[in-house]
Design a protein around this ligand. Structure first.
Ligand SMILES: Cc1cc2nc3c(=O)[nH]c(=O)nc-3n(C[C@H](O)[C@H](O)[C@H](O)COP(=O)(O)OP(=O)(O)OC[C@H]3O[C@@H](n4cnc5c(N)ncnc54)[C@H](O)[C@@H]3O)c2cc1C
Length: 360
């Protein structure tokens, strides 16, 4: 099959943030053979390769991409029983939320809290997609990926993926080495939904559902996300983003204690108020990046030229129309510097930067 190659192909419309220049070469690939063909084509010309999924977690440079952008569009879903569980395998180009909806409709537990997250299946292991108390790494049993170092397709077990909070070997140690072809998730037929996240539990209680079903948890999660502009909705101007721009900082508990003491001393905290913190294991705690940003003096809706913070969530940087990647990066730097100056905590960006950097 010949690759359908395009030249100077605009990438901004393929990214949810809507920024970025053109790809020198671009191909939408719908089969594993086409993926291999694309890789070989770029190799033969010594061109850099970038794999694009749904474009919902990338900041693409204004100069565009100098090599080949392979847009993964492989489709297909299969399931098989595995003891008491079900193994659900999806090709990388399957839309993520459709897969979640299908699993919930079948009564298969394990993905329900990950409802409403944009993007494609192949990207879910990259940053160990997570929300509302659930992470994809909990259910991924294997990832089949083309290893660009060896040219072989490898089946990586969950343990070999190195999943961590919004991270995996694919995003850090082995960035750019693998093209994820398909992912297998192990789900529990008839299993209960995961209701671990306080805000989700409260919302379900308000609805007085008793023991909520998977479908009710999915609905509730989507409702909560919608209120924060965290679902893709063309009518919602706050949704032109990559979702959360920064991860929640994980620090030793002693650092969080010192921070809280300093804020109390400075009279920053209200009566009985504590900065939000959640246990993160190994004596560490997770702080709320959104809280730190707000308390650094940047409010929801803060505007800087053509970009701003979402009017519903300080963690999302939004393209207000006609913005460039450089505008997004300038605001991200401002946010990071404010939080650093005020609290001594360095925020880490969540999206993948392509040809552009947060560093000066
Ligand atoms: C409104 C909104 C809300 C969001 N909410 C959440 C949330 O709650 N939780 C969360 O974790 N994320 C969230 N995100 C971020 C994003 O949706 C996820 O990270 C998603 O998994 C990205 O998928 P994608 O297909 O769009 O990936 P892309 O943005 O296309 O790519 C992201 C990275 O993955 C790589 N990649 C993509 N596909 C492959 C592949 N097949 N093989 C190898 N590498 C690949 C790319 O090269 C890039 O480095 C949100 C984004 C938006 C816009």
């Amino acid at each position: 099959m010949a690759l359908d190659l395009r030249e100077q192909f605009p990438l901004a419309p393929l990214s949810t943030l809507g920024v970025g220049g053109p790809a020198r070469y671009y191909a939408r690939v719908t089969s594993e053979d086409a993926v291999r063909e694309g890789v070989a084509w770029a190799r033969a010309r010594d061109l850099p390769l970038f794999v694009l999924g749904g474009g919902s977690n990338v900041v693409l440079s204004d100069e565009g991409h100098p090599g080949l952008v392979l847009h993964l569009a492989t489709r297909g879903i299969a399931s098989r029983p595995a003891g008491d569980a079900v193994e659900l395998t999806a090709e990388a180009g399957e839309p993520w939320d459709d897969l979640v909806a299908g699993a919930v409709a079948q009564g298969w537990a394990g993905l329900e809290c990950l409802s409403g997250i944009p993007g494609l299946v192949g990207a879910t292991p990259i940053q160990n997609v997570g929300a509302y108390g659930q992470e994809v790494g909990e259910t991924v049993s294997s990832v089949e990926a083309l290893d660009l170092q060896t040219g072989r397709v490898e089946r990586l077990t969950s343990a070999q993926c190195g999943f961590a909070y919004r991270d995996s070997r694919f995003k850090s140690a082995d960035k750019g080495r693998f093209i994820v072809l398909r992912v297998t998730y192990v789900l529990r037929p008839g299993g209960p939904p995961a209701v671990r996240y306080a805000e989700l539990a409260r919302s379900l209680e308000e609805r007085a559902l008793g023991a909520p079903s998977l479908a009710q948890v999915r609905e509730t999660v989507i409702g909560l996300r919608r209120r924060k502009s965290m679902v893709l909705d063309p009518d919602d101007p706050n949704a032109r983003s990559v979702g959360s721009f920064f991860t929640n900082p994980i620090v030793p508990a002693a650092v969080a204690d010192d921070l809280e003491a300093a804020l109390r001393r400075d009279g920053v905290l209200g009566e009985g108020e504590r900065p939000p913190r959640f246990p993160a294991g190994d004596g560490r705690v997770k702080l709320s990046a959104a809280w730190l940003i707000e308390r650094s003096g940047l409010a929801k809706g803060y505007q800087r030229g053509k970009v701003g913070l979402s009017s519903r969530h300080t963690l999302a940087i939004v393209n207000r129309g006609g913005a460039a990647a450089s505008d997004v990066v300038a605001l991200a730097r401002e946010v990071r510097a404010r939080v650093q100056d005020r609290f001594g905590v360095t925020l880490v960006p969540e999206p993948v930067f392509v040809g552009v950097s947060m560093e000066l």
